[in-house]
Ligand binder design. Structure first.
Ligand SMILES: Cc1ncc(C[n+]2csc(CCOP(=O)(O)OP(=O)(O)O)c2C)c(N)n1
Ligand code: SF4
Length: 264
């Protein structure tokens, strides 16, 4: 949906609301990164001119209402099943561009099997994986990605890795699968990283359009509400603490993906 803007004759419009997003306020908390990543995905869909052929799959988690925020066809998957549903959609509609948008509870806990096998099968799908190290929607319980010692509502004395295991590194795991073509971990915590993450998201969509295999962009994000931090503090904390356990970087980029001419 386009937002009407009156531009004076001597000026050009250089920045506008993405057509691929609906003109509604989101329910996300102040300082939440979900809205920023929605915007990036919307801009990428616009820039690639694929709005009419894109189908999104929403998770269960705080992004459960993603279908309301994107002006593209969308379906809602059961918790963790987004990549199973996306697989079916893409296989019967190979001409469509299908993406999933998932949190760490959805993708890396209940949906681990669906995620690993979709990557291993090399499904022609794009996954946007928001890692905020916690279950946001349900009140801040420990996720598989929760940092060692991190206090959550279900680990009130801090995550004890001897009992609860260690923060699971999904990008490193997915990069080991034969079917993955492009796997990268980025963050959306300041302007430079937001610009870089948008480029990665664009590559992940282009990877699918070129039929090169499974692509996943993990985005380190915040959950100020359940971290009990103000938005600014949460950005700094994420940059310092999350990157220690989740190093940024591209873990897999096949030669075919490298050879693509990126339209950044
Ligand atoms: C089968 C099933 N199990 C558990 C739940 C409860 N549940 C809803 S959202 C969620 C976790 C969400 O966390 P995450 O995926 O990290 O997303 P966030 O809210 O942090 O963006 C859980 C456990 C559910 N809805 N369905
Ligand atoms: S609970 Fe956390 S992840 Fe959910 S909208 Fe609020 S800040 Fe974002």
């Amino acid at each position: 949906m386009s937002v009407a803007v009156n531009i004076p004759e001597n000026m050009d419009l250089i920045y506008k609301y993405p057509d691929a997003l609906t003109e509604v306020s989101t329910h996300y908390c102040p300082g939440c990164v979900h809205g920023i990543v929605h915007r990036m995905v919307g801009e990428v869909i616009d820039e690639l001119g694929i709005r009419g052929q894109t189908i999104g799959v929403a998770p269960v988690g705080c992004a459960v209402l993603a279908y309301k925020y994107f002006d593209v066809d969308f379906v809602e998957a059961a918790h963790g099943r987004a990549l199973a549903m996306a697989t079916g959609i893409k296989r019967v509609n190979p001409d469509k561009v299908v993406f999933t948008y998932q949190g760490d509870g959805d993708l890396a806990a209940i949906g681990t099997a669906e995620t690993v096998h979709a990557a291993n099968r090399g499904e022609f799908l794009t996954t946007i994986f928001i890692n905020n190290a916690i279950y946001g929607m349900t009140g801040g319980q420990m996720a598989p990605t929760t940092l060692p010692g991190m206090v959550t509502t279900s680990s009130p004395t801090g995550r004890d890795c001897a009992v609860a295991g260690y923060p699971i590194q999904m990008s490193e795991i997915l990069a080991q699968t034969a079917g993955a073509a492009y796997v990268t971990r980025e963050m959306a915590l300041d302007m430079p990283s937001i610009v870089k993450t948008k480029k990665a998201i664009k590559r992940a969509f282009q990877c699918q359009i070129a039929g090169l295999g499974f692509a996943c962009v993990e985005v380190l994000a915040t959950c100020p509400t359940n971290w009990n931090q103000d938005p600014w503090a949460s950005l700094e904390w994420a940059k310092e603490s999350m990157t220690e356990h989740f190093p940024l970087g591209t873990f897999k980029m096949t030669d075919a993906v490298k050879a693509l001419k990126w339209r950044d």
